[in-house]
Write a protein that binds this ligand. Sequence first.
Ligand code: GAP
Length: 477
Amino acid sequence: MDKTGSPSKKNIRDYWWKSMVQLNENIVGIDAAIFMHPTTWKASGHVDAFNDPLIDNKDSKKRYRADVLIEDYVAKIENKIKKEVTKAAKRFGDAFDKEQFLSANPRVVEYQTKAESILKRMGQSLEKEDLADVKSLIEELEIACPETGSRNWTDVKQFNLMFGTKLGASADTAMDLYLRPETAQGIFVNFLNVQKSGRMKLPFGIAQTGKAFRNEIVARQFIFRMREFEQMEMQFFIPPGTQKEWYKYWKEKRLKWHQSLGLGNDNYRFHDHDKLAHYADAATDIEFNFPFGFKELEGIHSRTDFDLGNHEKFAGKKLQYFDPERNENYVPYVVETSIGLDRIFLALFSKSLQEETLEDGSTRTVLKLPPVMAPTQLAVFPLVKKDGLPEIARKIVEDLKWDFAVAYDEKDAVGRRYRRQDALGTPFCITIDHQTSEDQTVTVRNRDTMAQERIAVDAIGELLKEKLSFSELLKKL
Ligand code: GAP
């Protein structure tokens, strides 16, 4: 995966970091510890309230998240709505009005009402910790074990998601530790350090990327849900009473960031939470249309003063800010943006990987990643392995590798080399042929259009700088 996965992940991480830390004077970046004092997780509420509702099937012995079983049932209803829309669009052609169809077609309205009422009831039952009703809902909907079809369920139970480990050389003195289930707490416990040492004035943010760990019972759907994953989080510290305004601001900002990647605005939607996490007074997910349906990509949470307030209590140390305008000390409120790096990678990868039929009837696999996110930015080919062409190609690689991710390939016919780079997502390939030694020009081939043009060797660097710059994306934000 090195030449596809990890460099692309790094590019996405860089884009997020630049959009947060580089573009905003009032957001600073940190890198906090993974291991923190265990009381941190007592204060944050994770020891007592970071649970998933689990249910076992007595026949298959398989364990599921009860809320995911119900959400999957709702996703099936949503698929039925999609099918009705596709059928009607075909029937009515250009005259088709999707919005009107969704609000007027009796079957679709019935599906929508059913989906909404199921999600509402589940949200309310989870909120009230009424796990018996979550089980009743599963039974009423006749949800069966996806593997065996059995409907013989146990009661729903809460299960804590934190991974525990030990610190210390001997068993008697060892201290229980937890691997962090979110990076956010590293930011909260460092709030005062950053505020004082950076002389930061509210509102200001602290951003961080890093690994988080959760004992997910059902880790599946490729890299959508993992036990070890990377988060990119930003806590924005604000005066109490301004949280609604900042929550709205960050919702819009983050949606724009996603849309700037060009995966299609229709592939995103907000899902406001009915069941709020233990720390939030408002929360929404930015959902993405993954190959398996709309699912959470990023969370935006208004976390009130819950975290800082609790760390104050548990640490016995003030975590307050003196506001010169209000002339008072207070515990700041927080609006957080939290995105899984692996999930945004999956979103990019799944929408970019395409199978195209070409004019001559042949097909090609092409990974149409936004060029700045591509793992390799340029591939350099000598047309043949002789006549001094490999040497010229190697020299071009040597000159450009300082600024760009460049690959060299001399194996097989050029057509096959193009296909290989298409599948890897390389946005540009250049070919060195016999004309290059005469007039120092090369052919540049564009991954998406497959168009080729001749440019001077000296112009390659400028072309790449123009096409592969983060600034064009950042200016859209
Ligand atoms: N600090 C808030 C927080 O952690 P969350 O909604 O639990 O909120 C935020 O997680 C984001 O982290 C999610 O939107 C998702 O992108 C990512 N994420 C959460 N659990 C994950 C998992 N098991 N595997 C991969 N990504 C995950």
